[in-house]
Design a binder for this molecule. Structure first.
Ligand SMILES: Cc1cc2nc3c(=O)[nH]c(=O)nc-3n(C[C@H](O)[C@H](O)[C@H](O)COP(=O)(O)OP(=O)(O)OC[C@H]3O[C@@H](n4cnc5c(N)ncnc54)[C@H](O)[C@@H]3O)c2cc1C
Length: 545
């Protein structure tokens, strides 16, 4: 029986304290926080965990320097605190990096004023990062020669953090913590109906893998459906003070543009005077993002989006040849679920980009229901804690919060892993010089589970071999994914547990022997069927509902 089968089995006629709909960052963090404090929890997502908004982010863990433009001091202060907490709790996953903003003639602020802002941002962030710098044009040219400095007046460097692997894998780390704390979780299970019967919630669920219908009951429900919260609340007969509007954002993944010596983000103002970035993703760069008002949550990168971003970046970089569509390796597109008052107007285009990015949590005591509106990956720990408080306010006592439901293992455990890895010369097994040492990689990705990998490699050296040509994945990682990461469709592994699909061009992946072996490890007898399903999905247009 697979991990998923066991969990679907536990959902059948299950009776839970809390039922969570939506396995994006908000649902995942709430499951980890509640299960970690002794509640019996169920979490379902109708697709894979993190596969909607949470996989389309800029991968930044940040206080939001740009929100200072709208004087959102309290939001920036809170996000900086959230960033600092994540930096401390995830020293290997949430990594500090430099943001270099080059300011040209059309930038809304001169470099000296931006430097003042960066210093204020550094102070608001409690001085937890390295200090900001005012940069001359010559300094910018020497540090990042790719920037076209002909009309640059100078710039600044400030610091924030990013998720070194990817956003969706970060989401899965909370799902994994929830599983380890005893939660019942399943991907590809849709909530189709919920109603209150005799003082409890009765939920009807569809297993989208088998077509089976399952029912369960819960004392309290948490609506963590991101862009879909309003529709679900309407079905449940719940009225709220807030609602969601959608802001579309896209990213383009291209070959690496910046120097590989430093992990650095380049920041520019686009022609509409909105900040956009060139972000590092391994040996690739990610250009984005945009902020466009949209009426519905399903999106894809269209020709105008692509042309806009490529045009903006080509104007600001000094490249041997301008970037074209042919250079785009992968695309990302999603909607930010932004919170507005239910009674408010629909907002004009002019004030669109100034809509706040803060989250709201609403509690409906009569219905025993909690809704999470909006939020950011950066703010996830607060969401986990605030929903736990809300659950307690509804009369379910939780165990005290020892803050052990999140974070990487202790530094002693880390030191022991690296000691063992050193003794067996793990890093000597690395087959590609351009990727980081294996010990760093395995520890960051798997934490405590990486000890079992050392054992597996010791027992069978073939486990330490690369499995998929130009990607940085070992055979042993696939075996671990098969048993512990609830990979239900091949895309779950290729796009979310790993970021292979985002960094390796389609032509290199194709229908290769490596991919077939990946499928055999993940799906056993169903390997051919799962590969065919994946390859068919890759040829379908993106953004379809
Ligand atoms: C372009 C862009 C860039 C961003 N960059 C950053 C950044 O750099 N840093 C940062 O901190 N934040 C960033 N964000 C914000 C952040 O990504 C989102 O706020 C966050 O991911 C929202 O998570 P969520 O859990 O609310 O929603 P989602 O991730 O959308 O999760 C909701 C889930 O509910 C599921 N669901 C819906 N209905 C049902 C149902 N009936 N049954 C079962 N499941 C259901 C969906 O399948 C979905 O997986 C960015 C967002 C965008 C769009």
């Amino acid at each position: 029986m697979t991990l998923r089968d066991t969990n679907v089995d536990r959902l059948r006629s299950g009776s839970f304290d809390v039922f969570i709909v939506g396995g994006g960052i908000n649902g995942a963090v709430v499951a980890a926080s509640l299960a970690g404090r002794g509640a019996s929890v169920a979490l379902v997502d109708r697709s894979d965990f993190g596969s909607f908004t949470s996989q389309e982010s800029s991968n930044l863990v940040w206080g939001g320097f740009k929100y200072l433009e709208h004087y959102e001091l309290m939001l920036v202060y809170k996000l900086c605190r959230s960033r600092n907490r994540l930096m401390k709790a995830y020293p290997d996953n949430v990594t500090e990096l430099s943001f270099l903003a080059a300011l040209d003639d059309s930038s809304p602020y001169p470099p000296w004023f931006s430097a003042l802002g960066a210093t204020a941002y550094w102070a608001i962030g409690g001085f937890r990062t390295r200090y900001p710098r005012l940069l001359s044009t010559a300094r910018i040219r020497s540090e990042e020669p790719v920037i076209d400095t002909r009309s640059v007046r100078g710039g600044i460097e400030y610091r924030d953090c990013y998720l070194k692997d990817n956003d969706a894998r970060f989401v899965f780390s909370f799902v994994r913590s929830a599983i380890e704390a005893g939660a019942t979780v399943a991907n590809y299970v849709e909530l189709s109906h919920a109603e209150r019967v005799d003082g409890r919630w009765q939920v009807r669920l569809g297993d989208l893998e088998t077509g089976e219908e399952v029912t369960a009951t819960a004392r309290t429900v948490v609506n963590a459906a991101g862009p879909f919260v309003d529709g679900i609340n309407a079905d449940w007969g719940i009225r709220t003070r807030h609602r969601i509007v959608y802001s579309k954002g896209i990213h383009l993944v291209v070959p690496r543009l910046t120097t590989t010596e430093h992990e650095r983000v380049l920041a520019f103002f686009d022609d509409t005077q909105r900040l956009f970035y060139v972000l590092p993703m391994g040996n690739r760069s990610v250009i984005g993002t945009t902020d466009t008002r949209i009426g519905q949550p399903f999106t894809h990168v269209d020709d105008d989006d692509r042309a806009f971003l490529l045009g903006q970046i080509n104007k600001r970089l000094d490249l041997p040849a301008p970037l074209t569509e042919d250079d785009v390796i992968a695309e990302r597109s999603g909607v930010r679920p932004l919170v507005v008052a239910s009674s408010g107007d629909d907002h004009t285009d002019a004030d669109w980009t100034s809509l706040s990015r803060k989250h709201e949590i609403e509690v409906d005591v009569a219905h025993q229901a909690i809704t999470i509106f909006g939020g950011k990956l950066t703010d996830c720990l607060n969401v986990g804690e605030e929903v736990a408080d809300a659950v307690e306010s509804l009369g379910l006592p939780l165990e005290p919060d020892h803050h052990n439901w999140y974070g990487e293992p202790t530094s002693e455990t880390r030191a022991e892993f690296f000691r063992q890895a050193r003794l067996m010369r793990l890093d000597d097994l690395r087959q590609r010089a351009d990727v980081e040492p294996l010990s760093d990689r395995l520890w960051r990705r798997y934490g405590r589970r990486a000890f079992a990998m050392l054992e597996a490699i010791r027992a069978d050296p073939a486990m330490g071999e690369d499995i998929l040509g130009g990607t940085d994945y070992l055979r042993v990682e696939l075996h671990l994914a098969a048993s512990t990461e609830m990979v239900t469709r091949l895309e779950d592994f290729m796009r979310r547990r790993s970021k292979i699909e985002q960094v390796v061009p389609d032509a290199e992946l194709g229908d290769s022997e490596g991919l077939r072996e990946v499928c055999r490890i993940l799906f056993g007898d169903r390997a051919d069927e799962k590969l065919a399903e994946y390859l068919e999905g890759r040829t379908r247009p993106t953004g379809s509902a």
